[in-house]
Ligand binder design. Sequence first.
Ligand SMILES: *Cc1c(COP(=O)(O)O)cnc(C)c1O
Length: 405
Amino acid sequence: MPGYEFFGAEERKEVTDVLETGILMRYGFDGPRKGIWKAKELETAITEVFGCKYAQLVSSGTAALTTALSALGVGYGDEVIVPAFTFVASFEAVLSVGAIPVLVDVDDTLTLSPAAVRQAVTSKTKCIMPVHMCGSMADLDALVAICKEHDLVLIEDACQSIGGTYKGKMLGTIGDAGTFSFDFVKTITCAEGGVVMTNREDVYTSSDGYSDHGHDHKGVDRGADLHPFIGYNFRISELHAAVGLAQIRKLDTFLSTQKKNHAALKAILSTIPEITYRRIPDEAGDSCTFLSWFLPTAEITKQVVAELKAQGIIAGSFYWFDNNWHYISKWDHLKNSVTLNKLHPDLKAAVIHHAGKDFTASDAVMSRCISTLINLCWTEEQIKTKGEQMTAVIHKVLQQHAVTY
Ligand SMILES: *Cc1c(COP(=O)(O)O)cnc(C)c1O
């Protein structure tokens, strides 16, 4: 997944362009910047590469989610459906606009279960926010249908699935808004950065203003801009955008390398019939940032993880079930609604209620799942060695369990 693996002269050149003018800010200073507009250039490239009408760069993927929620008018009293397996940014962004994060089970796609979403919809629901986790997509047809039926907005968190597609469309361009993160470990990196993509002019205009203190950006003089609403500062810098510009030109290489390495590792693991894989609603659209695989039971999975650790070959393989950042089981701060700023008592109670629900259905999936990060710089030899080491561990544990499962 990480674009930082292919970082080099191209990125340095783009950053140098900015350093030479000394204009590190994306807005204003039209004369001294001598025609260098890296953020604007990257936004145009994003609309072309991903096929959306508008792109608004911001300072992070989390900021992109917050901006998208604000631009879509999500706030006080609104419920936003998010998956129980995601990155903490999902509920952070929802809370930041004063809305209620409603955590809902995932299924064997590792993304929102449409059946569970249907059950979670109430008269307060305003938005469904699927997260295309680990390179692959949620069942978007089913989620779009629920949104239509109940008049809800759809925000796709595609932060981990840059370049993935669903039925021919790029992930992140299908909902009312979609987001990417360009943090240091994502498919394309700006060091820190993110983007809101949309085909709706109103959502774009609001995102553009919101991420820069509500500026309407209509005049040439920044000081004379009007502020039709209260915004915030989620601006990206020209230095960060410059890195992203070099990276987006390498996206095809990133994706084809990911796909090749993913296929090679999968071929080795597939020699073990007990291993199964996540269900992918559109197999051809997998961006292949991770290979996510299941073992027959939670017990076996835990032992495989322990054995991978013991042999020093766990690096790059993630057991999300026990991971502090990605799964409900370890989010004690959310379950207890521990915030620095006081929340309205009703919101606090709702957060505690929704995070404390029963997630047995997700547990059944996540406790058997291991995701292995696909690196770009692997050699064929390294993939073979990695695959063989992994299969040796899995065989060993499966043999110990041969009678019991
Ligand atoms: C990385 C990530 C984010 C947040 O992105 P940042 O740029 O790190 O703020 C949001 N959602 C998901 C699924 C992510 O993986």
